[in-house]
Design a protein around this ligand. Structure first.
Ligand code: AMP
Ligand code: MG
Length: 487
């Protein structure tokens, strides 16, 4: 074990120090036989690590919390949450630990966090462990989202532990090392509120403000301003999900961040055929977290945040509620504006096109895509070619091309900008069949499909020769896709 690795990057324990009520000091389980499966060298360097040193034995142990970097004080974080609408007062890190925070070269603070590091006081009936497939899945999906320009937690590494994990089958264990601007969730506020300690709630809000929305401190009502910043960040985030066809799958309040980053890649998936009712998660039987419901659910989660923060908004409860309602009321127009501006870019429409025209043309398109069961990602990418005058491949996506032709004529009259479309509409997304293929190979010891997929996803807007198989929907024999909560 090299001392250098331990002291190369200084860790802080700001969260643990400032919010001890939400932080249980804890240690990661020792891994019998750590083996590196994936390392994000670029991110490692950004965070100040020497990537090569993380590949060595001491580096691997540092990545999974088995040797502690200087200044690290690992804790399991407490949080509550509404899961599928019902409230659980005590969730928390049941299989995760916050190692501490590191500052990057620009002075920005990042949480370094472990997932799959063993049982904690929050584990309830769970074993505290994670397996290779779901941890690599989070790595793929989160890094793909980042490359698509969508705020997200990041994946620094996946290390196989050498410990068998007992699920329906016995599977190889792994730890994901995750980096994020913080792990504060709506559920963190719910947990603090339930302690009936307004000083704790205030300290949590101050901590969140300092890390994410420091300008809120200057407002007349800083805590309300903080809430408004979270509303804005989440409206913008969910608009980005909708525009790219991402379905989170388990939008519980404990999986909704204060930072506005996407977090907790469990049963998520990218939609193929356009359908507002699309659901991939096997446990989401009622479709609560379907594609089209996501904006409504985020707003619902933000209402739970407002409830938790109420005592900070005003000492008079009625006035606090009125303030919260007014601030939350901004969500719909912020979401619609973010979505429409993104949809305009997808359609190559400049700022000269008015909102009514853009709204009606995109609504008509949605109806056509739904009716035609058209692959969402391929459609928009090929529409750039149609903007350049060659509509053949776009037309062929519709069984009755004539309905599409009428729409296309209207759209072309708006003089779409094909280059803008190519910068906006990805060629490569983490297609479900490709993700499954990469994970199955990885579990069998072959990391090559994973590497090739990561390569395609790292530059999603740049079409490259030889990557055709990464650009299309799943073959029919892949069948209907189902995802599972990766426990
Ligand atoms: P998630 O569905 O991953 O967002 O997790 C929801 C809650 O269940 C969190 O409190 C997790 O820490 C906990 N949890 C998930 N899997 C496990 C596990 N294998 N062992 C213990 N706790 C778990
Ligand atoms: Mg979670």
């Amino acid at each position: 074990m090299s001392i250098d690795v331990q002291s190369a990057v200084a860790f802080d324990g700001q969260f643990a120090r400032e919010l001890p009520e939400l932080a249980v000091p804890w240690q990661a389980d020792p891994a019998p036989e750590p083996r590196l499966l994936a390392l994000n060298e670029q991110l490692a360097a950004e965070l100040g690590f020497e990537p090569a040193s993380l590949r060595e034995a001491g580096g691997l142990r540092l990545l999974i919390g088995n040797v502690l970097p200087s200044g690290a004080t690992p804790v399991a974080q407490g949080y509550a949450g509404h899961q599928f609408g019902s409230y659980s007062p005590r969730l928390g890190d049941g299989r995760a630990l916050l190692l501490g925070e590191v500052a990057d070269a620009g002075g920005r603070l990042w949480d370094i966090h472990l997932k799959g590091s063993g049982r904690t006081p929050f584990s309830r009936g769970g074993d505290g462990l994670a397996t290779v497939g779901p941890m690599l899945r989070e790595y793929i999906l989160s890094e793909a989202m980042h490359a698509l320009g969508i705020p997200t937690t990041r994946s620094l590494a996946v290390v196989a532990t050498g410990r068998p994990v007992h699920r329906e089958r016995t599977l190889p264990g792994a730890v994901l090392t995750r980096a994020a601007s913080s792990h504060l969730r709506v559920g963190s506020f719910q947990y603090a509120r339930a302690m009936n300690d307004n000083d704790l709630l205030r300290r949590l809000a101050e901590h969140a403000m300092e890390r994410h929305h420091p300008e809120a401190a200057q407002a007349r009502n800083p805590y309300l301003a903080l809430f408004e910043e979270v509303v804005t960040a989440q409206a913008s985030l969910v608009a980005k999900w909708m525009l790219v066809g991402f379905i989170h799958g388990v939008m519980n309040t404990d999986n909704t961040t204060i930072s506005g980053e996407t977090i907790d890649y469990g049963p998520c998936a990218f939609m193929e055929q356009f359908d507002p009712a699309a659901v991939y998660s096997s446990i989401d039987e009622a479709g609560r977290y379907s594609y089209g419901n996501q904006p409504v659910v985020v707003q619902w989660n933000l209402a739970r945040l407002a409830e938790a923060m109420l005592p900070l908004f005003h000492e008079d409860q009625e006035q606090a509620v009125a303030l919260a309602e007014e601030s939350l009321g901004a969500f719909s127009s912020q979401y619609s504006a973010a979505w429409l501006s993104g949809m305009k870019a997808k359609l190559g429409l400049g700022s000269g096109i008015n909102d009514e025209t853009a709204t009606s043309i995109s609504e008509e398109l949605s109806a056509l895509l739904k009716e035609g069961h058209v692959d969402y990602t391929s459609f928009f990418r090929s529409l750039g070619t149609a903007a350049r005058g060659d509509a053949g491949s776009t037309r062929s996506m519709f069984s009755t091309a004539s309905t599409f032709d009428a729409w296309m004529e209207r759209w072309r009259a708006l003089a779409p900008d094909a280059d803008l479309m190519d910068r906006t509409n990805p060629v490569y997304i983490p297609r479900n069949h490709l993700v499954e293929e990469a994970l199955a190979a990885a579990v069998d010891g072959d990391m090559e499909p994973f590497s090739q997929l990561m390569d395609a996803l790292s530059e999603p807007f740049l079409e490259r020769h030889g990557l055709v198989r990464y650009a299309g929907p799943a073959p029919e024999d892949f069948g209907p896709y189902r995802t599972f909560c990766g426990t």
